[in-house]
Design a protein around this ligand. Structure first.
Ligand SMILES: Nc1ncnc2c1ncn2[C@@H]1O[C@H](COP(=O)(O)OP(=O)(O)O)[C@@H](O)[C@H]1O
Ligand SMILES: [Mg+2]
Length: 293
């Protein structure tokens, strides 16, 4: 698409926004973010708005190395919108997690394709994880580099991370056991290893006193060649964090708990979860019709 056409499209969208048809209240939002997101990403957000997934886009929840997370409301209620930056300078660090994952071997290795595949991978991992009855954000939809999921929080306030929560040894023990059980369900039921588990990627629902597992883009299947090593690292991170609360369990005992099958377990069949990315799709081909609605 030529620059001129983009400008025209952007102006059209500007007009729509001014009329309040896309993002009702916070129309200043995208303006402020124009430097962060490229035109196709903005278009994709409009298309999610047209489909009702987003009716009001709220503030930024987090700006990470590879992705930004925003709060929004839509026809699914409160949601978190995770937007992977295509020009992220650290995208190379995604390689070991995705290129050796048997589900992704056919992905073309351009930066854009890796980011799109990564977003799909996080969506599918979230799907498997919620099927395995692990407390985590329910995935709602995803396309290209944008993932929309259940907002883990209440009235616009995200749950605190495990790192931020003040707790005594008794409460720590409860969360510790919940986390080990989540790792077990992930391993046994979902055949996944989180691979970036730490006090930063676990939120705490204070009301229900429940640990919530997030940030599963890098989670790998058990047949990934580095799955063992990633699991060992996850275990060490959890051990290190809980040591402060007087909890010390031998790595081999933790590993045994994680691998233990229980009668109530149902194994998630990964049948139709093959990642399908149309690598030939170019950003210029993104449906313009979406914007004419
Ligand atoms: N579904 C969600 N609900 C509420 N807050 C979320 C959600 N997902 C992410 N966050 C917030 O955004 C932060 C970054 O998200 P995360 O998925 O961990 O991405 P990153 O790769 O940048 O670490 C989290 O630490 C959390 O505070
Ligand atoms: Mg994180």
């Amino acid at each position: 698409m030529s620059q001129k056409k983009i400008d025209k499209q952007m102006r059209k969208n500007e007009d729509k926004r001014a009329k309040g048809r896309i993002f009702k209240k916070d129309s200043s939002f995208l303006k402020a973010e124009e430097n962060v997101f490229d035109v196709p990403t903005l278009k994709l957000l409009y298309s999610f708005a047209n489909k009702g997934f987003i009716s009001e886009l709220g503030g930024s929840i987090s700006t990470g190395k590879e992705a930004n997370v925003f709060y929004a409301t839509g026809n699914e209620g409160e949601v978190a919108v995770k937007i992977y930056r295509i020009n992220s300078s650290t995208f190379k660090s995604m390689d070991p997690y995705i290129l050796k994952d048997p589900r992704f071997t056919h992905i073309r290795h351009s930066r854009k394709d890796i980011v799109f595949a990564w977003t799909q991978k996080e969506f599918q991992n979230l799907l498997r994880i919620s099927k395995a009855e692990i407390r985590s954000p329910k995935p709602i939809t995803c396309d290209r580099n944008v993932l929309i999921m259940e907002f883990m929080g209440k009235n616009g306030v995200a749950y605190p991370s495990l790192k931020e929560v003040k707790m005594d040894e008794e409460a720590a023990r409860v969360f510790y056991d919940q986390i080990i059980e989540s790792m077990r369900r992930m391993y046994v039921r979902a055949s996944l290893v989180h691979a970036d588990l730490s006090e930063y990627n676990i939120l705490i629902d204070i009301e229900k006193e429940e640990a919530v597992i997030i940030d599963v883009g890098q989670a790998v299947t058990l047949n990934h060649p580095n799955a063992r090593e990633f699991l060992a690292r996850d275990i060490e991170n959890i051990k290190r964090f809980f040591k402060k609360f007087g909890i010390e369990e031998e790595t081999k005992d933790i590993l045994e708990r994680i691998k233990q099958k229980k009668e109530e377990d149902t194994i998630i069949e990964p049948d139709s979860e093959e990642i399908t990315i149309d690598a030939s799709e170019d950003e210029d081909e993104i449906e313009n019709k979406e914007f004419e609605k």
